[in-house]
Design a binder for this molecule. Structure first.
Ligand SMILES: CC/C=C\CC(=O)SCCNC(=O)CCNC(=O)[C@H](O)C(C)(C)COP(=O)(O)OP(=O)(O)OC[C@H]1O[C@@H](n2cnc3c(N)ncnc32)[C@H](O)[C@@H]1OP(=O)(O)O
Length: 715
């Protein structure tokens, strides 16, 4: 798993051999031990270069090994041996040097990198910390603030950025291994004293205690309950305050705590789930590996409201040509101005040059006649969309893909308006579309595999996590959201306040609770949807509609003009329209008291456990229904939708993984309990798939797909 050859007479070239990313599996670690020993003891070898096979240096520790019994030599002594070698060792970094891969490079005496290579310590995103000396060597090399930034965020740097920070010694656009070999030849015989990072003092800010106190406060606030970022700060603090050996001990202790935690398991599940969802399949048998995407260079976007603007920006940033269409000149000009501003800000933040000249604006629908793919982003109005799809089907090229950004409408119905229903899919983006990572790609029974593959591929090019899902009202994300939001309203009817509900959900790890989120996105959005479904009865307070329990609270607030942040009042009170500082509203409290009195509801004390169980288990239960119906191919699809689109805390793995950790039997038992108390709430009725999984012994989540596919009685 690692090979040693002698090149240019005296350079020992060690190549890591573990495709695709040369992860540091037990065999690779053993290979490094053996090859380093041979290189160091060979008198003909005067210097050493370590590289990775196939243009990738090393993707870090083998994450697959984390779940089982770890065997083979540990990394820390291997890296210490490399650093202590009396011959210069040079890391030749191509592709990626991540996690243990970068720690290996930091143990070398010199680092040479390709300019486009990706370097970083992303362990925090796996619920871990860089525990092969990364938290102790990096601050010594580049100083505490810069190291903290990289270690607590896990962000990747390019080779060029790494040079600026002082992580690498040289960047090359030529053959990196050849450059490293040449460099290794040039440094033979030079002192290595100053090149052993573990021996360097750690450059620290002046008032170190105050500095770490401030950092810890910031990190805790943005971690939303994740423990790894906090442990990363503690480990770097050890580098700043302790000698190297003691710092390493502290690093190991902190790692041991993280390693066994449920959070690390959840985050590692997310890592693999993100890759699982890219390998999509549909019940019709089409699959990612048998469906070839169509090449797309030019995309039309119809409707330049908030969503259309964000989609236009995301497409332009991905290097595609865009034809952006609005109906009126004035709206088009306003959109053009807004898009330019968004592009400018994003380009500045990402440090890339400005793009924008590949966007053409028009008020004529015919402008999209020659594009390969259209994304419709007009108002959520079926009649309007029907008309548009009919027009597009006539004016676009025969093989143009027609996609809708609808968040809940029937894709199949839209497809039936066109001459080629097989070329219609949903591309459901999340606001702001140029920022949010999630894309739901919605296929109908008639969607061609190539149409799905093309939308998935386009999403990938736009940097999205694309998840293929079946067609149903609300698809996966919004369909599951409905019971979650409804439960929150029922709890408020029964005695909770919006603050109690939101606090419980925020302590669980959501960046915002239901009501703060509703105020942010606008209460009128859900009101419109409920009106379209015939649920709204103006001025009425009845709590049963369409044969099931209904909370009219949201409608009543809208009738008062309380639309949330934009009107300065919603579930909370704001200083002014548009302000973000939510305050509890005494008016709302009296309104709720009066409402409960008129409904004959006796307010009771509701604790955070009930909030979590009722909101989350209702959401999870709908997830099981979705799995059972084949709308989502597996629990990973649902979890990635919730993590990337709905702020579900990543360190909990997503709703379905969370359910598996709580225990399916427990989830079932609590749903049964609440269903008995609230027989008029259908979404608390346990899904038959949940029952089936429990009666199959609650298998590991990785086995659910298999059980879902097994033929079963519907009784
Ligand atoms: C004592 C502890 C010391 C150190 C701790 C660590 O090092 S933890 C690991 C830290 N490293 C990472 O987090 C890097 C993870 N990998 C990536 O970010 C990307 O895979 C990478 C390297 C940038 C390559 O991206 P690319 O898009 O080219 O490929 P993809 O992500 O699809 O990966 C290809 C397949 O390789 C598998 N894989 C990647 N990294 C690892 C890894 N570190 N361990 C095990 N397996 C890894 C990945 O799952 C893909 O597998 P597949 O079966 O094809 O889906």
């Amino acid at each position: 798993m690692a090979a040693l050859t002698r090149v240019s007479g005296s350079v020992g070239l060690i190549s890591l051999l573990n495709p695709p990313v040369n992860a540091l599996s037990a065999a690779v670690r053993q290979g490094i031990v053996d090859t380093v020993r041979r290189a160091v003891s060979d008198p003909q070898v005067k210097s050493v270069v370590i590289c990775g096979q196939n243009g990738v240096f090393c993707g870090g520790a083998d994450i697959k090994e984390f779940g089982g019994h770890m065997s083979g030599p540990p990394l820390v002594p291997i890296f210490n041996t490399i650093e202590a070698a009396d011959k210069p060792v040079v890391a030749a970094i191509e592709g990626s040097a991540l996690g243990g891969g970068l720690e290996l490079a930091l143990a070398c005496h010199y680092r040479i990198t390709q300019s486009k290579a990706r370097l970083g310590l992303p362990e925090v995103s796996l619920g871990l910390l860089p525990a092969a000396g990364g938290t102790q060597r990096l601050p010594r090399l580049i100083g505490v603030p810069a190291a903290l930034d990289l270690i607590t965020t896990g962000r990747h740097l390019t080779g060029a950025e790494a040079l600026k920070l002082g992580i690498v010694d040289q960047v090359t656009d030529q053959n990196t291994v050849e450059a490293a070999v040449k460099f290794a030849l040039s440094i033979v015989g030079q002192s290595l004293e100053s090149r052993r990072i573990s021996t360097l003092p750690c450059p620290c800010p002046a008032d170190i205690d105050a500095f770490f106190e401030g950092v810890m406060q910031r990190v805790k606030k943005s971690a939303h309950g994740a423990i790894a970022p906090v442990a990363c700060v503690q480990a770097v603090q050890a580098a700043a305050t302790l000698p190297f050996t003691q710092g390493m001990q502290r690093e190991q202790e902190l790692m041991a705590t993280l390693f066994g935690s449920g959070q690390a398991r959840a985050l590692q599940y997310c890592f693999f789930s993100q890759r699982v969802v890219s390998k999509w399949s549909s019940p019709s048998g089409s699959r990612w590996d048998t469906s070839k995407p169509k090449p797309v260079t030019k995309v039309g976007v119809i409707g330049l409201g908030t969503m259309g603007r964000g989609i236009t920006v995301a497409l332009a940033l991905a290097g595609l040509s865009v034809v952006a269409v609005e109906t009126q000149q004035q709206q088009m000009m306003a959109a053009q101005h807004a898009v330019s501003g968004m592009l400018e800000r994003t380009a500045r933040r990402r440090g890339v040059s400005l793009v924008g000249d590949q966007i053409r604006y028009s008020v004529e629908l015919e402008a999209v006649a020659d594009v390969e793919l259209v994304i419709e982003a007009v108002f959520e109005d079926m009649a309007l969309k029907e008309k548009l799809f009919k027009q597009l089907s006539t004016l676009c090229k025969a093989d143009t893909l027609l996609c809708s950004n609808t968040s809940s409408l029937d894709i199949d119905h839209l497809a039936s308006q066109t001459h080629s229903p097989q070329l219609v899919v949903g591309m459901h983006f999340f606001a702001p579309a140029h920022v949010m990572k999630l894309l739901e790609v919605v296929y109908g029974p008639r969607s061609a595999p190539q149409a799905v593959a093309t939308a998935m591929e386009l999403g990938k090019r736009m940097g999205k996590v694309s998840v293929a899902v079946g067609n149903c009202s609300g698809f996966v994300g919004n369909r599951m959201l409905m019971p979650y939001v409804e439960e929150a309203s029922f709890l408020v009817e029964e005695g909770a306040s919006p603050e109690i509900v939101d606090r419980a959900l925020e302590e669980f790890g959501f960046p915002m609770g239901v009501f703060r989120m509703s105020d942010l996105s606008g209460l009128d959005v859900g009101w419109k949807v409920r009106k379209a479904r015939g649920l709204v009865e103006p001025g009425q307070m009845s709590r049963v509609r369409q044969g099931r329990r209904y909370s009219p609270l949201g409608d009543l607030l809208c009738e008062q003009g309380r639309f949330g942040q934009k009107t300065g009042r919603g579930w909370y009170l704001y200083d002014s329209a548009g302000s973000r500082e939510a305050q509890p509203d005494p008016w709302l409290q009296s309104f709720l008291e009066e409402y409960r009195a008129r409904q004959g509801l006796v307010s009771r004390r509701i604790d955070s456990q009930e909030v979590l169980e009722r909101c989350l288990y209702a959401l999870i239960n709908e997830g099981f229904n979705i799995l059972q119906e084949g709308i989502a191919a597996g629990p990973e699809d649902i979890d990635m939708i919730y993590v990337f689109g709905y702020g579900f805390p990543r360190h909990r793995g997503g709703p379905m993984f969370y359910a598996s950790q709580v225990g399916l039997a427990q989830v079932l038992q609590r749903l049964e309990h609440y269903q008995q108390l609230h027989p008029d709430i259908p979404h608390l009725r346990p899904s038959s798939l949940l029952r089936r999984l429990v009666s199959s012994g609650s298998p590991r989540i990785q086995r659910w797909r298999e059980i879902i596919r097994m033929p079963h009685s519907s009784l």
